[in-house]
Write a protein that binds this ligand. Sequence first.
Ligand code: PLP
Length: 420
Amino acid sequence: MDKRTFIKNISLLGVTPGLNHIDQWIKKYDHIIPAELASDETFWEGIRKGYRLKPDYINLENGYYCFLPQETLENYIGHIRNINYQGTYYMRTTQMDDKRAAAEKLAKLAGCSNEELIITRNTTEALNMVIGGLHWQAGDEAIMAEQDYGAMLDMFKQVAARHGVVNKVLSVPNHPANDEEIVNLYADAITAKTKLLMVCHITNITGQILPVRKICDMAHSKGVKVLVDGAHAFAHIAYTIPELHCDFYGTSLHKWLSVPLGAGFLYVNKESIKDVWTLLGSGPDSKEDDIYRLNHTGTHPVHTDMAISKAIDYYLKVGVDRKETRLRYLQHYWTDKVRNIPNVYVNTPVEMQRSCAIANVGIKGIAPGELAVTLHKKYNIYTVAIDSANVHGCRITPNIYTTPKDLDQLVKALTELAKQ
Ligand SMILES: Cc1ncc(COP(=O)(O)O)c(C=O)c1O
């Protein structure tokens, strides 16, 4: 019996891994390439066992917050206990070193220098620090899209009111013909007064992956700096930050890395650090090109930051490529089945490279809010309604514990509702 057949057979006997056996379980599949493993339900069933799942409904709303697998949760609780036990002694002795170590591990995962990344509470804090902290002058222009996240658009509005900055808001098509269509949209908005361009790495309302590197190269050729909203990209798709060529990057770790709530990071490339005013005052000795100048947070729940390390271990153990490939497989598993159903419209591009786990779907004649309620009440599927810009539908976000059976229920629901 070969290794694969053996693994299949023990699973048929109901022998899937417990919490302590997940490492061996994953190891057994080391030799299988991500493309093949993407549809291997036995393997993913083992991964699913590592989560405690609420049985009340099918959760297809992992976009706001991807809760933790049990081993990360237990590690997190251990940190809470330890810090509570050690009290101020911990805060005064090892806290800062531990935080630095967590940031350094993140920087390694992001492929950037330790001198370019700090831990924040979330993307909102990371990006608002840049938007609010640049040295704006009246008449400066900033570029963004109506599909961008509200908290950032609100900060740009504040900057406009406070400093006289002119905001130029463009609209990203749901189904671009090619990368150039998107790049040209941003290029056309740039003038001699443009100081900053903000772009989403993955648009949260549709799951569309934008050609960030091409946008950055285009913007730099015109002397414009780029801020990337990576809230939905980090630990979802595989990349390193330097390869994007951006100046600033912010993300939330409680989304795809499954870190406990309240963690994110800000990346600022070395030469841009001096361009940002701090959000909170930094000490008198801080150097203008030291990113830790931007990291004065006061006392905060440090155990959240301490859980980052284990979440990274878990992510790497599952596998960066394996995770991305599985998530894309799951999205196409259902979108390919509903894309051509009359009255159903998928607001996410069909091309493989333009999306991953997230997709958005609407039904003609049913308002997004009504669709979300019907999916929940009638079909036991939890999603979120999106009804803004050019996107009207429900955002569907599986995670690695999601099964094709869960998605069959979604396909059934959409098929029936589209007939009505
Ligand atoms: C594109 C995008 N940016 C920023 C955020 C804000 O993330 P957080 O609330 O973790 O700061 C979100 C949250 O969903 C998002 O989708």
